[in-house]
Design a protein around this ligand. Structure first.
Ligand SMILES: NCCC[C@H](NC(=O)CCC(=O)O)C(=O)O
Ligand SMILES: NC(=O)OP(=O)(O)O
Length: 314
């Protein structure tokens, strides 16, 4: 593996999931990463991604340096040929090249602006780091994807499922803020690679990018989608069609216990952080059926498996 920017950087998903589950079982011997440094740059807040990736790197024997570049770094210019006479003090060409002097792997979190679809889809921040860094680059959630989260979700479903082909429902939920489509995009992409029956449920106006959903079933009827589900993945996202807009604010789509029924008791997943009683009701999050903490725990092993692959291929 040369970089981990999108899920297509994975050579074999099955092998990577098995590697992560193996790492979860064993006490790792930190030799591979000895003398190597992971540099993590955050343009947005994080709890899980930052700490689980740091932990994963340390379990492999790496040193870790992190920076909140949005607050502490120089404002970065990404445009080629820019005349830098405004507020941007440093060009990505120097920034990425300099970081490559200090780090053996660079990891970057850069959310979308959610104003200009074309600009967000160009993935300028991640792709510029890839272009100008001389070391591997990891995506810690970008404008259009969150592949470390998706790998974690695949690991969690693999270790929890009790049938060969579970029914997995991705259901939209309300949220007071406009959120990226990154998490649902990557979740859909990883589920499309797995042996699951995937259904996406969202209100009218919230269909994800059809180039990502492809032939996956999309319904606007949440109750119908939830029938016989084995896993329910809840996530809010802003409209892709009316790009970045919040079109619906009522609680009609909040995941409550009564929507899950009593017979099947599907497992409930969310990437976190979650707004309680807006996205998912307390009674669901606090029940035995919630996998959210197990999921967050698996972030370490997903990151460890990816870092291991990158270190091995250097
Ligand atoms: N990395 C996990 C999710 C990050 C982001 N959520 C958020 O920004 C929630 C913020 C809030 O609830 O105010 C998202 O949906 O992509
Ligand atoms: N799930 C996730 O990526 O969480 P953070 O935003 O806290 O890193």
């Amino acid at each position: 593996m040369k970089n981990y920017i999108t899920l297509s950087d994975i050579e074999s998903l099955d092998e990577l999931i098995n590697e992560a589950l193996q790492l979860k079982k064993e006490n790792s011997v930190p030799t591979l990463g000895k003398g190597k440094t992971l540099g993590m740059l955050f343009f947005n807040p994080s709890l899980r991604t930052r700490l689980s990736t740091e932990k994963a790197a340390k379990l492999l024997g790496m040193e870790v340096i992190s920076m909140n570049v949005d607050k502490d770094g120089w404002a970065l210019e990404f445009e080629d040929g820019a005349v830098m006479d405004s507020n941007k003090a440093e060009h990505i060409k120097e920034a990425a090249a300099v970081l490559s002097q200090y780090c053996d792997i660079i990891a970057v979190r850069a959310f979308p602006g959610l104003e200009d679809k074309e600009k967000d889809e160009a993935e300028t921040v991640l792709n510029s780091f890839k272009k100008y860094a001389s070391v591997p680059v990891i995506n810690l959630e970008s404008a259009t994807g969150h592949p470390l989260q998706a790998l974690t979700d695949a690991i969690t479903i693999t270790e929890t499922k009790d049938k060969d082909r579970p029914k997995v429902v991705l259901t939209w939920a309300p949220h007071p803020k406009a959120l990226p489509q990154s998490v649902p995009n990557s979740f859909v992409e990883v589920m499309q690679k797995m042996n699951v029956d995937l259904v996406i449920a969202n209100p009218v106006g919230y269909d994800l990018n059809p180039e990502i959903t492809k032939k996956t079933a999309v319904t606007h009827n949440q109750a119908e989608a939830l029938k016989d589900a084995d896993f329910v993945y809840v996530k809010s996202w802003s409209s892709y069609e009316q790009y970045g807009k919040v079109l619906k604010t009522d609680r009609e789509w909040t995941l409550t216990k009564d929507k899950l029924g009593n017979s099947n008791s599907p497992k409930v997943m969310h990437c976190l952080p979650v707004r309680r009683n807006v996205v998912i009701a307390d009674e669901v999050l606090d029940s035995q059926d919630s996998l959210v903490i197990q999921q967050a725990g698996n972030r370490t092993y997903a990151a460890q498996a990816v870092l291991k692959r990158l270190l091995e291929s250097k």
